[in-house]
Design a protein around this ligand. Structure first.
Ligand code: SF4
Length: 344
């Protein structure tokens, strides 16, 4: 869809004005600075915004600038990331802080090319930081922006963000007054008004120029994306105790829950017996089954089987007193494992 320049100015100014008076309260909006915005964008990549709003102030209090995070150890960052999921983002944030401290004089870079060099920063995150923290005319496209732009143009072809969406986003942001207000406003509009299931067209600043609203096609645009079937896998966790301390191990540096801590656990594509779990973990004592639960992720369903046993102190594991467990970076699934143990 080609816009006349006048239409572009109308659309961008409507969004900027609407956002100025309708923006939700979030802590990073009271005190917007580049490092705070970067941390916010990392945290919000796969996590609900309300949860980010709870954790962001804690993260910024502990690491108020890139250099403080660069100097800390990775476990300190992972500890504050507990419960947010997708722990690779925490590891990337730590590496990004190190690069900013060593190569950019401790200041978050403002240009897209430099931002794209940082681990965990893709086209969307680079555009968000450049436009919102530095008022650069850089486009952003996420699922919310894609939905608003598709409906605005009555464009039904793309279930997910595409080259088309990036082109429209760029066309609009290039002509706006304030890239910060326009881009954040566009995302906010998608999150609060032009929502997936029930767009509130009567409350929308774009209604008079919206193609989907005119054609009454807004509920069909964008078309639904095909859902991938979730694979089922099996995790066998053993809460192994020795004189009031529990055994823990650290997960590998890559893959699911990379670098997080867990009680000794076997990941398997197939079901295992108690004897097989014991053998794989090289444990001698019989394992007592104490519970099961399902943990659902975006791409897989994990059936957890939880066992308990007493063992001799074993150097393969780190031993943690039960009243110090809160200090350990544990994924939420492992918190569930410990909860099963506590109630038995
Ligand atoms: S008028 Fe309706 S469909 Fe169009 S952008 Fe606004 S909320 Fe979305």
């Amino acid at each position: 869809m080609a816009f006349e320049q006048e239409e572009i100015l109308q659309i961008t100014s409507k969004i900027e004005r609407w956002f100025t008076k309708s923006a939700r309260e979030f802590p990073w909006r009271n005190d917007d600075f580049p490092w705070g915005r970067l941390v916010c964008e990392f945290m919000a990549q796969q996590t609900q915004i309300d949860r980010v709003a709870q954790r962001w102030p804690i993260m910024l209090q502990r690491f108020p600038e890139p250099s403080s995070m660069a100097k800390s150890d990775e476990q300190g960052v992972l500890e504050l990331w507990q419960g947010l999921g997708y722990y690779r983002r925490a590891k990337n944030l730590k590496k990004t802080a190190e690069i900013i401290a060593s190569e950019f004089g401790g200041e978050v870079p403002s240009d897209i090319e430099s931002l794209l060099q940082l681990p965990g920063v893709g086209k969307y995150t680079a555009g968000a930081i450049a436009s919102i923290a530095f008022e650069k005319h850089a486009p952003i496209v996420d699922a919310n922006v894609h939905r608003v732009l598709c409906r605005l143009c009555n464009h039904a072809g793309d279930p997910t963000p595409s080259t088309w969406t990036w082109q429209i986003s760029e066309l609009l942001v290039t002509s706006c007054n304030s890239p910060q207000l326009f881009n954040e406003g566009l995302m906010e509009l998608g999150a609060t008004v032009c929502t997936s299931k029930s767009p509130s067209c009567d409350d929308c600043p774009l209604q008079s120029c919206c193609g989907a609203s005119k054609e009454n096609t807004q509920r069909d645009i964008p078309p639904p994306k095909k859902r991938a079937t979730k694979k089922r896998v099996y995790h066998y966790s053993v809460v192994a105790e020795h004189e009031g301390e529990l055994a823990f191990e650290q997960r590998n540096d890559s893959g699911l829950w990379a670098g997080m801590w867990q009680v000794p656990t076997i990941d398997s594509d197939v079901k295992l017996t108690e004897a097989q779990v014991r053998k794989k973990l090289n444990l001698k004592n019989k394992l007592i089954s104490i519970g099961e639960f399902e943990h659902v992720l975006s791409h897989r369903i994990i059936s957890f089987s939880v066992f308990a046993c007493k063992i001799e102190r074993d150097r393969r594991f780190s031993w943690v007193k039960q009243d110090s467990l809160h200090e350990l970076p544990l994924a939420s699934a492992q918190r569930k494992v410990l909860a099963v143990h506590c109630v038995t």
